[in-house]
Design a protein around this ligand. Structure first.
Ligand code: ATP
Ligand code: MG
Ligand code: MG
Length: 385
C-alpha cells in the first residue's frame, strides 16, 4: 500500500495497536523502546526493532536512519533530538516536533491554548511554596497541583483540599524536583473527548464526541456517543477542532474536555497521538484511530470517522494488584458478553493501576449497551471494594 517505513518512538499498547493496523496494510513499523518484548514489539516479528530509550539521542538517530517517517505513541520523548533531525531535513516527523514540545509540557500547552483563545481552566505557575499560597488566594480550595512534564494516568496530579494537604502534595510530586503548576478545581458534570485526525494537506475529520469516566484520575470507561444534547456536543467538536488547528503537523490528536453545569466547555489536555478514549474506534468506527493515524502521516486518504454501530463502550482493564488472574476477571466475564472484544496488551508485569488491556462492547442502542456492560462494571466495582 505504501513503501514508506514508519518508526515509532514508544512501544506500549498504543504502539501495539498501531502495529496491528499497519500490518493489515503491509506497512512496515519499527519500534524504539527499551524492553525487548514491549507490547508493540511482541506482535511484529522483525530484527529491526530497536531496544533503547526514546529519550536517548543516539537511539532516536539510529531509528531515523532506518525508516522514512517518525511518529510517536507517547509525548514524553527527547524532543530536542527530533527538532535537530527535523531542522536538518533528515526525516519526516509527525506530529511536528514543535507540537510535541508544546504538548509535553502541560503548562506550556495550557499557555498556548489560552493564547489561542481556546477555553481552559485558570492556571498559575508554581515555583515555590509561597506561590501555592498565591494560587490558594486566587482559586480557593480545592485546587489541583500538577507536574508540568512526564505526567500520565493522573500520576503527576495531586488535589489540595486544605492547607494540611500542601506538604503531602509537594512530597508526592517531588518537592520541586519536577516543575509544577496549579489549576483551579473544575467541578465538571461530565468529561468529554474527541479524536481529531488531520492529513498532510490539512483535511480534518473528527470522531464522535465520547463521554469518559475517570476513577482516581485514570480513565475507566468511555461511552459513545456521549449522552448529551446535540448543541453541547456540536460545541465540543468545534472546540476540539479549533484547538487541534492551533498545532502544526498531521496525525490523530486526542482532545480531553470538561463540561460544566452551565454548558461551558474547557479543554483539559491534548494528546498528539492515538488516545485511550479512541480505542473504541477499532470495533465501532468505519476506520480506527490507529489506521487513520497511519494513513494521515503517510499522506494517504483519511478513512471515515463515523460510527458503524449505534452505541459502544470501552472499559479499561487496570491492574488490581500484582495478581494478573484477579485483574483479568472482567475479561472472563466479557467472554460471554455479546458484542464484546477483549484486547490484552501482553505486559509481563501486572501492577495496581497499570493499563493491562481493555474491552470494547458494541450494541444496537444505549440501553442495550448498558445491559451488556453493567455485569462487567459490577465485577470491577466488586474487585475494587
Ligand atoms: P492522561 O492519562 O489522560 O494523560 P494525566 O496524568 O495527564 O492523564 P490529567 O488529564 O491532567 O492527567 O487529569 C486526569 C484526570 O484528573 C482528569 O481526566 C480529571 O478527571 C481530573 N482532573 C484534572 N484536572 C482537573 C481539574 N482542574 N479539576 C478537576 N478535575 C481535574
Ligand atoms: Mg495527560
Ligand atoms: Mg488526561
Amino acid at each position: 500500500m505504501n513503501s514508506k517505513r514508519i518508526g515509532v518512538l514508544g512501544g506500549g499498547q498504543l504502539g501495539r495497536m498501531l502495529v496491528e493496523a499497519a500490518s493489515r496494510l503491509n506497512i512496515s513499523i519499527t519500534i524504539l523502546d527499551i524492553p525487548v518484548d514491549s507490547p508493540a514489539k511482541q506482535i511484529q516479528a522483525t530484527s529491526r526493532h530497536i531496544h533503547g530509550d526514546f529519550k536517548d539521542p543516539l537511539k532516536i538517530q539510529e531509528l531515523a536512519q532506518n525508516v522514512d517517517i517518525l511518529t510517536i505513541e507517547i509525548e514524553h520523548v527527547n524532543v530536542e533530538t527530533l527538532e535537530t533531525l527535523f531542522s536538518e531535513k533528515k526525516i519526516e516527523i509527525h506530529p511536528h516536533p514543535f507540537t510535541i514540545r508544546i504538548i509535553q509540557d502541560k503548562f506550556l500547552q495550557k499557555t498556548h491554548l489560552s493564547q489561542n483563545e481556546i477555553p481552559v481552566v485558570d492556571f498559575i505557575d508554581i515555583s515555590d511554596r509561597d506561590s501555592i499560597n498565591i494560587a490558594v488566594k486566587k482559586f480557593g480550595y480545592p485546587l489541583m497541583l500538577k507536574s508540568k512534564t512526564l505526567a500520565y494516568d493522573g500520576r503527576g496530579n495531586h488535589i489540595i483540599k486544605s492547607e494540611d494537604d500542601i506538604t503531602k502534595a509537594l512530597e508526592t510530586l517531588g518537592n520541586f524536583q519536577n516543575p509544577l503548576y496549579a489549576e483551579r478545581w473544575s467541578p465538571f458534570v461530565k468529561e468529554l473527548a474527541v479524536m481529531v485526525v488531520r492529513s498532510v494537506d490539512g483535511v480534518m475529520k473528527s470522531y464522535p464526541v465520547v463521554e469518559t469516566v475517570h476513577k482516581e484520575n485514570i480513565c475507566h470507561l468511555v461511552i459513545v456517543p456521549a449522552q448529551h444534547d446535540n448543541i453541547i456536543l456540536g460545541r465540543a467538536k468545534e472546540i476540539a477542532e479549533k484547538a487541534v488547528l492551533t498545532f502544526k503537523g498531521c496525525g490523530v490528536f486526542g482532545v480531553e474536555m470538561f463540561l460544566m453545569k452551565d454548558g461551558q466547555i474547557y479543554v483539559n489536555e491534548i494528546a498528539p497521538r492515538p488516545h485511550n478514549s479512541g480505542h473504541y474506534t477499532i470495533e465501532a468506527c468505519q476506520t480506527s484511530q490507529y489506521e487513520n493515524h497511519i494513513r494521515s502521516i503517510l499522506n494517504m486518504p483519511i478513512g471515515s470517522t463515523s460510527l458503524k454501530v449505534p452505541a459502544a463502550a470501552m472499559i479499561n482493564v487496570l491492574g488490581k494488584s500484582d495478581n494478573l488472574q484477579e485483574t483479568l476477571s472482567p475479561c472472563v466475564e466479557a467472554l460471554t458478553t455479546s458484542g464484546a472484544t477483549i484486547h490484552l496488551y501482553g505486559k509481563r508485569e501486572c501492577r495496581k493501576g497499570r493499563k493491562m488491556g481493555h474491552i470494547t462492547i458494541v450494541a444496537d442502542s444505549i440501553s442495550q449497551l448498558y445491559e451488556r456492560i453493567n455485569p462487567i462494571l459490577k465485577m470491577i466495582d466488586e474487585n475494587d471494594s
